[in-house]
Design a protein around this ligand. Sequence first.
Ligand code: MSP
Length: 685
Amino acid sequence: MAAERFYITTPIYYVNYYPHIGHTYTTVIADVLARYKRLDGVDVLFATGTDEHGINIERRARAEEVEPQVWADKIADAFRDVWQRFNISYDEFIRTTEPRHREVVQRIFREARDRGDIYKGKYEGWYCPRCESFYLESDLVEDKRCPVHRLPVEWNAEDVYLFRLSKYADWLLAHIEKNPSFIQPGSRKNEVVSFVRSGLRDLAVSRSTFTWGIPVPDDPGQVIYVWIDALSNYVTVAGYGQDEARFARYWPADVHLVGKEILRFHAVIWPIILHSVGLEPPRQVYAHGWWSFRGEKISKSTGNLIDPWEHAQALARLSGAEVDVCVDAIRYFLAREIPLGQDGDWADESLLNRFNADLANDYGNLLNRTLPLVARYFGGLLPEAGPEEGGDEALRRLATATADEVLAYVDRCDFQRALAVVWQLLAAANKYLDTEAPWNEHKAGRVARAGTILVNTLEALRVATILLEPVMPTATLKVWTQLGLPHYEERARDARAAGRASQGTGLSRLDAQRWRGLSAGVPVALATPIFPRIDLKLALADKNFAATPPVAATSAASPAASPATAPIPAKETSVTEMISIDEFRKLDIRTGKVLEARQVPKADKLIELRVDIGDEVRTIVTGLIPHYQPQDLVGRTIVVLANLQPRTVRGVESRGMLLTAGFDDTFGLLAVDPDKPAPPGAPIS
Ligand code: MSP
């Protein structure tokens, strides 16, 4: 029987801006799932790509004074570049400007029109050019703004083609009912059902006000409007109309992984379009949550972007780890930190903690504790395992059962729990090593027993490493080499160089269910730690590491330069009081903890503070009486400008300034503080 197949997609990303950590999240999660499926022997088709048509991209290209295609080429390259750096093992990268896609889109449009589901009419409504969507008045947020981007919407009326969505509402409701796993997480199902029940309006599927798109067949004054164009990418990749055998094999898709803001398009519009032209809907649409940064969704419009590659490079600088390992650490963080489906706020501190606690301590250190003993006691050759004693059996049972448990969670897209299961095994292996204490056995002359303990520990590590490959495809290769299996690293590197990254090492679930996968007599390779511990204090104080600070939400906004994302030149601004980001970066603003406070003698308003600012304790004088009394401030976290020139006030040298909020004394002055406890010295950016 042919291998089971699995077709997984990410959204295709708009090319109006460079890739950021939000896009990286979806793509990494899809990659992790694709890699776990391959590990399980499944024939995977994994597709991602770029959505290149539409008014926004046309406008964006004009602003840059280039043709839309030139602009699209540049950004599509930036996406491919960053996916390569992040080891995304996609099988297809689809671009909506490809000729094969144009044919598919026109064919779908023509078929739906021939069936009477597309007709010419007028469309009126509140339109958000950034979403390329019409909204009902009731959907808008205050001041008639789009609910997603909070940008002003425009009233739009236009001659367009419309799709009879309403005709299929009952069919869709029945489909959702019959297929309980169609919309995931299940909690989102009701949201879609009530949206459909509230009445579907026919959908504009063409526009006449711009030209950057695929022309409507036989009506060249109209271009096919974004959703038919964009959504159809999923069938183009599967070979629709071009390769019947491939299409029969891969369609329907198993899962469209999307951000929650485009769930409706995928769970309502897309299945209806497919049904209209006689194709099956996808088996599942999985809507994940949003990453925010300081409470605001990370997006092009808010401008609070985190550049994934820059972040990996900064992490590499701070930790001394290789940049590929840091990419893996970010991949791990994305998969582990929040349950798929829920939102999360990006915190570098959490990333660093995971790096230190999970990767450097639990995983990396297990290797670093064991291999030197193999070197010392056995001349660097893996010893033979002897009969089971003590905790051996329990460790073996746990390790060989781990793969099934991990993969069961993966099937539910619960990567957080899947990884927690691997960490249970790592914790058990660390504990086993402590309890069985091979160093004592060796000292007591029981050399063979010491060898068995070391091999068992490394066996558990081998199982964990197989199960971590999908998440950390590069760091795990280094582990293989250290375990005396350098051919895995070579094989995967060759595959990657030949553009076949998806092949990886070729290890499988079966390998992870086996005990004794390591061969006795093989030389292990002692090397520097793969995950060196990071000094948290230094890292958090490092201005270059803190996530990219907000940039203005205009079309001229430019991300910080990196090889993956060359900057778009920013437009000159005429506002003279603006400062540049470089000027802002000169300010050393950070959190501080007030250790002591006392009134400065003979000064009505002044308080002398002793403040821990991370790397030292400073004296700062501040004029806060009567708004605060000295004792109000002790123990509080405040915000300090640390690189202000020292000044002597009433005989006390003040080194730094406490930041306050307030217009004047009528309103009072408030000491600025972070809304959650932050360690002293955390940079404000
Ligand atoms: N082109 C459309 C999708 C068409 S699919 C047929 C589009 N593109 S987009 O560039 O705006 O990308 C949106 C997707 O990027 C989200 O659905 C999500 O997958 C990902 N993310 C963008 N920002 C994100 C966060 N802040 N957090 C998590 N994911 C985010 O919409």
